[in-house]
Structure formats: structure tokens, C-alpha cells
Design a protein around this ligand. Structure first.
Ligand code: TYM
Length: 336
């Protein structure tokens, strides 16, 4: 590996539910910044979306794959500078996923907080839901990744990925580069507008109006969700720490506008929450309007998107092949 190699960045989004402003602020906006200096790979992780089968129907999953890929590009991910592809089209992910599954102690998976919370909500829990962080580790390790830009909820999975890679290296010899998470200081955990004690979530956004701001929601729905966002029982903005709802709105404003947090607080301090909310509607619209327009343009010509995804998958296969070969050789698979 060359010393002057650019940092390799890998990240992905599950094509399930409604992509929202939390995904944009916590992850995709960070990807866009990194693509300028890093060698970046962004994947639509459809194998992960299968872990909750009842949440995603087959025909919907196919449609979502295209929608999410188009949204990456509409959000400013440049496919000529980065590698954008659909996970299941690069079979090395599933192969390395299995190899790592066999090298991961079960107890490590039972400790994952996301498994605990997701499995509590289901009648039948598929084994994929438990094993899914190992597939996530495979996604990352497959590309000799240095940095994984994600929201705070994925931190534990990236730490697990390091542990899995490290254990594998000890057991089978140096195979994987160990990655680090890259998490925003502000905006790594956007909360639900209707319930600021809960993380904004794609699945809740599908069913509960006013919970999230979808990246493709029409302007009227965006305005309604923000104007109805839960703040606190008082009428005026006094102390942003008084309520998680107010804190959440200030965070969205801060990250989307790029303005220093204190300047925002100073401007709205002492006024009614309505002022902050009205201006936030404009800030959010300034972000979403170009995304909607670019997404519509890409959706009008699926052949262009398909060509980009074919090229992305081909590049990803080339990058993944030597790492998968290294892992297979080191564990003794295949012939001598
Ligand atoms: P997923 O699809 O749930 O979320 C995609 C990205 O959005 C971030 N995110 C948030 N950030 C801020 N506030 C929120 N409310 C919020 N909700 C979600 C997530 O942290 C994530 O960065 N397991 C992953 C997908 C994955 C992956 C990977 C990520 C699979 N393989 C390899 C990185 C590297 C997931 O389910 O993300």
C-alpha cells in the first residue's frame, strides 16, 4: 500500500423507509464534504434492508435502491469522483460477511444496542438482524477503509468492526486495515420533530406524520412538520438547553445554514418559537429544493443512473477483489 494513498472513506444507507433530514445532516452532508479530499465509496446497502423482511417488500426494495442511489447524487455526491453502487451487485460483501461471521463471538453481537431495540419491536426476529453488524464490518473492511462517516447511532457498529478486524488479524495474520468512525460534533443525532426524546427514524417517518422531514417531502409537508415541531411548554426561546426539541431545531439550523450556533441563539433569544421555526422552514427549503429538482431530473432518465451504478459496481468489484482474496487465503479457503 502506497504511503501517499488518499484516505479511503466508506459509508452507506439502508434502502428502507423514508430518507430524512437526519440521514442528510448526520451522514450524507458529511460524505459530500469528504469526497473533495478522500477516495470515497458510497453504497446503497440493500442486503441490510432484508434484516427486517416485513418492513420491505421485494418490489419496493428494488425501487428504493434506485431512489436512494439517485438521492445520493441529488444530495451532491459526485459519481465521477466517488464510487456509488448497490451492495448486492458486489457479491464480495456477502462472501466476506460469512467469513467474518465465523470469526465473531456471538456475545459481541448480543451487546449491540440496535439489535436490542429493533428486536424488541418484532414478533419474529430473523437471525440476519443479529448478524447484520458483521455484514456491516465486511462492507467496511472490504475496501481497506480508513474513515466511516456516520451518525452517532452507528458508532457502536464501527467499533465492533474494528474489534472484528483486529481479532481476525490476530487469528489469521495481518489482513485488514482498521477503520475509525467519523461523527459530526453537532448534528450526529437528529431527533424526531414530534418526539424529541426519540431519534428521527426512517421507519417512523413512513407512518407518523410530522415525525421526520423526508428529503423528497413537498414544501407544504416540510413547513407543517417544522411549525408543529414539539418545543417546550413556554412560548419564548429563553435557553436552548431547556428542551431537547428546541436544541434539535437549533442544530438543524446550524448544520444546514453553516451559521455559528451562538449567532443563531442570540438572534432568536427572547422571541417566540414561531420566528425560529419560520426561518428554519426557509433554511430547510434552501437545502431540499435543489435535491428534489435533481432527483426528479435523474428519475426522468433511469438509463443514466443505471450506467452510473453499473460503473460503480464494476469499480467496487475491482477494489474488493484483492482484499477478499487476502481474507480467503489467510483463513485457508480454496486450494493451495
Ligand atoms: P441507516 O440506513 O439507518 O442510516 C444511514 C445513515 O444516517 C445516519 N442517521 C442519522 N444521523 C443523524 N440523526 C439521525 N436521526 C439519524 N438516523 C440515521 C446513520 O448513522 C447512518 O450513518 N447499518 C447502517 C448502514 C450501513 C453502513 C455500512 C454504514 C451498512 N453498512 C457500512 C456505514 C458503513 C444503517 O442502518 O444506517
Amino acid at each position: 500500500m502506497s504511503e501517499i494513498r488518499k484516505k479511503r472513506v466508506f459509508s452507506g444507507v439502508q434502502p428502507s423507509g423514508k430518507l430524512h433530514i437526519g440521514n442528510y445532516v448526520g451522514a450524507i452532508s458529511l460524505w459530500r464534504e469528504l469526497q473533495a479530499t478522500a477516495d470515497a465509496i458510497f453504497c446503497v446497502v440493500d442486503l441490510h434492508a432484508m434484516t427486517v423482511p416485513e418492513a420491505v417488500k421485494p418490489a419496493e426494495l428494488r425501487a428504493k435502491n434506485r431512489e436512494i442511489a439517485a438521492l445520493y447524487i441529488a444530495c451532491g455526491i459526485d459519481p465521477s469522483r466517488t464510487t456509488v453502487f448497490i451492495q448486492s451487485e458486489v457479491t464480495a460483501h456477502a462472501e466476506l460477511g460469512w467469513i467474518l461471521t465465523c470469526a465473531t463471538p456471538l456475545g459481541w453481537l448480543h451487546r449491540m444496542t440496535q439489535f436490542k431495540s429493533k428486536s424488541e419491536r418484532q414478533e419474529t426476529v430473523g437471525s440476519g438482524l443479529l448478524v447484520y453488524p458483521v455484514l456491516q464490518a465486511a462492507d467496511i473492511l472490504l475496501y481497506d477503509t480508513d474513515l466511516v462517516p456516520v451518525g452517532e447511532d452507528q458508532k457502536q457498529h464501527i467499533e465492533l468492526c474494528r474489534d472484528i478486524g483486529d481479532r481476525f488479524n490476530h487469528l489469521f495474520g495481518e489482513t485488514f486495515r482498521l477503520p475509525s468512525p467519523l461523527i459530526r460534533e453537532s448534528g450526529a443525532r437528529i431527533m424526531g420533530l414530534d418526539a424529541p426524546d426519540q431519534k428521527m427514524s426512517k421507519s417512523t417517518g413512513e407512518t407518523v406524520p410530522g415525525h421526520s422531514i423526508g428529503l423528497l417531502d413537498p414544501p407544504g409537508a416540510v413547513k407543517k412538520a417544522i411549525m408543529r415541531a414539539v418545543t417546550d411548554p413556554g412560548q419564548e426561546f429563553r435557553d436552548e438547553h431547556a428542551s431537547p426539541g428546541v436544541r434539535n431545531l437549533v442544530t438543524l439550523y446550524e448544520v444546514l445554514s453553516g451559521e455559528p450556533r451562538q449567532a443563531i441563539i442570540d438572534r432568536y433569544q427572547g422571541g417566540g418559537y414561531g420566528y425560529l421555526k419560520k426561518d428554519l422552514v426557509d433554511v430547510v427549503e434552501a437545502t431540499l429544493a435543489p435535491i428534489r429538482a435533481e432527483h426528479a431530473r435523474l428519475s426522468a432518465d433511469p438509463a443514466v443512473l443505471d450506467r452510473l451504478l453499473d460503473e460503480g459496481a464494476s469499480r467496487a468489484r475491482d477494489l474488493a477483489a484483492p482484499v477478499l482474496a487476502r481474507a480467503k487465503r489467510n483463513v485457508g479457503l480454496g486450494r493451495a
